[in-house]
Ligand binder design. Structure first.
Ligand SMILES: Nc1ncnc2c1ncn2[C@@H]1O[C@H](COP(=O)(O)OP(=O)(O)OP(=O)(O)O)[C@@H](O)[C@H]1O
Length: 217
């Protein structure tokens, strides 16, 4: 399925994005739009520019040329509104090793402006019941990642931009995440993610793919 370009109903859209790193053009004049209910997978080999694209879409880095829009406004002009509606999880995902799982979740949810939540309940949803007091640095790789992902279960943000959310997550955890993504999309949100894994529950008719090729120049 190919991605359409910006329309009046677009939630997030990219217009003619060009990204250059170390004199290599990663992508050039890339345009597409993401609507409510969309689940978009950015595909491509290592080094193709997937993370670079997600960071540009999230407003964390600037493109060489082109613009990103949230609804109808360029993200630089609606920064506060966009940030309120955006949940971005990068590779490192903001989990601090010296804090416990509970402290990390508490910190991340409060940073996102939430103050009414039960950390134990949210951590239980990512199978971390009993590990609330464990230092994140002492958790397994999958549990560490689950600590980061927990905030998805308590998010009102419409736009989820997720860089490799399934890394180190077991099969059951991947299925639970896929279910959550479908529910989020059904509720009018959108998910833009990268993954090298095939998704079992999110079938082709629900998934739109954007493939980045590795470019040598
Ligand atoms: N801030 C930066 N400064 C210089 N080069 C960068 C920067 N960020 C990324 N790059 C380079 O851009 C290229 C694309 O990196 P990016 O992380 O976007 O790829 P990716 O498709 O996400 O790869 P992977 O599948 O390995 O995660 C790489 O060659 C990387 O070295």
């Amino acid at each position: 399925m190919t991605l359409p370009t910006k329309t009046a109903h677009s939630l997030v859209s990219a217009e003619k994005l060009t990204c250059i790193r170390e004199e290599r053009i990663l992508f050039d004049e890339l345009s597409f739009s993401v609507n409510e209910g969309d689940i978009i997978q950015i595909e491509g080999p290592n080094g193709a520019g997937k993370t670079s694209l997600l960071r540009i879409l999230a407003g964390l880095s600037r493109p060489y040329a082109g613009s990103v829009f949230y609804r109808d406004e360029e993200i630089g002009r609606c920064r506060d509104e966009f940030n309120e509606d955006l949940l971005y999880l990068g590779h490192l995902a903001g989990v601090k090793s010296e804090l416990t799982a509970e402290e990390n979740l508490n910190f991340n949810l409060r940073l996102s402006g939430y103050d009414d939540f039960d950390t134990g309940e949210v951590l239980a949803k990512v199978n971390l019941k009993g590990f609330e007091e464990a230092l994140a640095g002492h958790l397994s790789a999958g549990q560490h990642r689950r600590t980061a992902l927990a905030r998805l279960w308590h998010s009102n943000c419409k736009v989820w931009i997720l860089d490799e959310p399934f890394t180190a997550i077991d099969k059951r955890g991947v299925a639970e995440l896929e279910q959550l993504f479908l529910k989020h999309a059904d509720n009018g949100g959108c998910v833009i993610l990268t993954t090298h894994q095939d998704m079992g529950l999110i079938k082709d008719e629900r998934l739109r793919k954007l493939k980045l090729e590795y470019r040598f120049v």
